[in-house]
Design a protein around this ligand. Structure first.
Ligand code: COA
Length: 148
């Protein structure tokens, strides 16, 4: 089992941190994968919206492999980073970590995903990305956009 190091998440933004409840479990008692998928989608959209103020919709999510189960009470962190800005699309990597209080706060890599969002206009047609240029942009994001 791989135990995470701080360097594994350097340069990533923490977009969501939450804990899950018994209502989120499957009949084995572990967290239902669909709940994690939904949070991945939201975390990626939060990252995309750091770059642009436009309405975005999810066009694709790559294969998602769950490497560790998630238990009720685990602290689940969704780290995100932009990997590509296209003409109308933004692609985000999402990295999911569970912190398990019951096992000395062990940090476990649960899964990762690549999600692509498309900016849309009032007719729901793809619309060119307009990169947000405001003073609240975190420095890490400014660096990322310079790379693209
Ligand atoms: C997203 C949507 C607006 C795209 O419309 P479209 O006419 O297919 O768009 P285009 O072919 O012009 O592609 C638009 C962008 O999406 C990208 N794209 C399209 N399909 C893709 C795919 N399968 N994977 C990754 N990117 C994709 C294109 O590369 C393009 O990016 P770019 O402009 O940065 O180069 C349309 O497919 C849609 O409304 N889908 C439903 C979205 C939704 O409701 N999501 C929630 C699901 S419940």
């Amino acid at each position: 089992m791989y135990r995470l190091k701080r360097s594994d998440i350097e340069g990533w933004n923490l977009s969501i941190r939450t804990t899950l409840l018994p209502k989120d479990t499957n009949y084995h008692g572990t967290i239902f994968g669909g709940v994690i998928l939904s949070l991945i989608d939201i975390a990626g959209a939060i990252e995309a919206r750091r770059y642009c103020d436009q309405r975005v919709v999810t066009v694709s999510m790559n294969e998602v492999v769950f490497k560790e189960p998630v238990f009720v009470g685990d602290l689940i962190s969704f780290y995100t980073r932009i990997i590509k800005i296209g003409r109308t699309s933004i692609t985000v990597d999402v990295f999911v970590i569970a912190t398990r209080e019951a096992q000395s706060r062990k940090r476990l890599p649960v899964t990762e995903a690549t999600v692509t969002y498309v900016a849309i206009d009032e007719n729901r047609d793809p619309s060119p990305i307009v990169v947000r240029q405001n003073e609240d942009d975190p420095p890490a994001l400014a660096l990322e956009s310079e790379k693209n």
